[in-house]
Write a new protein. Structure first.
Length: 429
């Protein structure tokens, strides 16, 4: 690789989702030149908010956590007055034909009817179990450590629901790297969980904005528009004499360092010439497709929503209660498909709407009208055995990946990774 020139570094960022835009923001603060290239006509990636018949809907993340990196961006962008903090933070599991509250405090754990007293005692024995094995599945780990009842009724629905996935097919080394680190630090998984529960649960409240989650990437775009080019797809990344060239349909832009924030298959296409072995590995990563059905219903339940236990005979994976979380005029988001039933996503809008409304009425005892049906073909990273392919990824110096398959998914994790990478690039500059 040629020596880097003694001139200001330019970073080429592929993708104007929240990762790419947050990276641009933090590079700007550190005085590093950059350009963001985005194929779509609007910023945000999978984050999409909008109105249908006057109702505010989310076609991507339904909320985000106000972690420190998120709070920093909110302050930098002057969005504080637009923040909406979620209401009652109750979460439910539909199990044995009934909505049952998931426990997130010591008191709730004692009262929950998701577990029998024997099941609760089994869960409390976790510190006596052997350490996590990176090669076991998430289901094996949770069952071994907390008991079969806790896994089936509580942990399985909640953990699997987060990813639209099946813990039985998710190796610990891919799906629970943070849990491995937590256990190494505390010597147990239950100890830090109890510590958090005794402190009242998560310290980072769930939030959205007056006009939805997309407010955040749109504000980032507005703040850095001079460095962001929409409707400019990158077709290839090539090595140049003093760095790299980002090929577009009309020109080639030079960059000393390149950050790709696209999904795995798109990243593979871009790197196929520059790093064919790595591109082939990235192309093998699996995503869980999801269908999102937005319903309008009149319900008086308060909380975040519910996940469905796998053996309840429903196609619904979970339901987000946008209505009670953020006062969204009776809006509910139903999730279908995922790893368990990916073919369901290919059904017609009419079929998906009918399934969502019928099962919602069955659980919530309330009629619902369909507002919108959408699909996320690359909904969530599967974190299954296909993630072994990442061991084969070896990128040339100056090429970086920053997306939901290089670190955790979720808006706060994406922003955190972008900030870390910006700090590293600024040091290199």
């Amino acid at each position: 690789m040629p020596e880097r020139p003694l001139r200001p570094m330019t970073v080429g960022i592929v993708g104007a989702g929240v990762t790419g835009l947050a990276l641009a923001h933090h590079l700007e603060r550190r005085g590093v030149d950059h350009v963001v290239l985005e194929a779509d006509s609007e910023p945000g990636g999978v984050i999409r908010s909008g109105r249908v018949d006057g109702y505010l809907l989310e076609w991507g993340p339904q909320r985000l956590r106000r972690t420190e990196p998120v709070a920093e961006l909110v302050a930098d962008l002057g969005l504080e007055d637009e923040v909406i903090e979620a209401g009652e933070t109750k979460l439910f599991v539909y199990a044995r034909g009934k909505l049952r509250r998931a426990p997130f405090s010591v008191e709730e754990f004692g009262r929950t009817d998701l577990l029998t007293w024997r099941g609760k005692l089994d869960a409390l024995k976790e510190p006596q179990t052997a350490p996590a094995d990176p090669e076991e599945t998430a289901a094996e780990l949770f069952t071994r450590k907390f008991g079969e009842e806790a896994y089936r009724n509580l942990i399985g629905p909640l953990f699997g629901g987060i990813y639209g996935s099946e813990p039985e097919r998710m190796p610990v080394k891919h799906a629970l790297s943070g849990v491995l680190e937590m256990e190494r630090k505390h010597g147990s998984l239950l100890k830090p969980a109890l510590k958090r529960a005794m402190a009242g649960g998560s310290s980072a409240p769930a939030i959205s904005f007056e006009e939805g989650v997309q407010t955040l990437p749109e504000a980032l775009y507005d703040a850095h528009a001079e460095n962001v080019r929409l409707e400019t797809p990158v077709t290839e990344i090539r090595e140049a004499e003093d760095g790299y060239l980002l090929e577009t349909e009309s020109e080639a832009l030079a960059a000393d360092e390149v950050v790709v924030t696209a999904p795995a298959d798109a990243s593979a296409d871009l790197l196929s010439t520059l790093a064919p072995t790595s591109a082939s590995a990235l192309a093998r990563l699996n995503y869980n497709p999801l269908a999102l059905v937005h319903l309008r219903a009149d319900c008086d339940r308060e909380g975040f929503g519910y996940q469905v236990r796998h053996d309840e005979g429903l196609d619904t994976l979970g339901v987000s209660w946008n209505a009670s979380m953020f006062g969204r005029d009776g809006v509910y988001t139903v999730f279908l498909g995922g790893m368990r039933n990916p073919e369901l996503v290919e059904e017609s809008d009419e079929t998906l709407g009918e399934i969502a409304a019928t099962e919602f009425e069955h659980v919530m005892d309330a009629e619902a009208d369909v507002l919108s049906v959408a699909r996320l073909r690359r909904g969530f990273p599967a974190y299954d055995a296909s993630w072994d392919a990442l061991d084969e990824v070896r990128l040339p110096e100056g090429i970086h990946l920053a997306t939901n398959y290089t670190a955790r998914m979720g808006v706060p994790s994406r922003i955190r990774e972008a900030r870390r990478l910006a700090e590293s690039l600024a040091t290199r500059a």
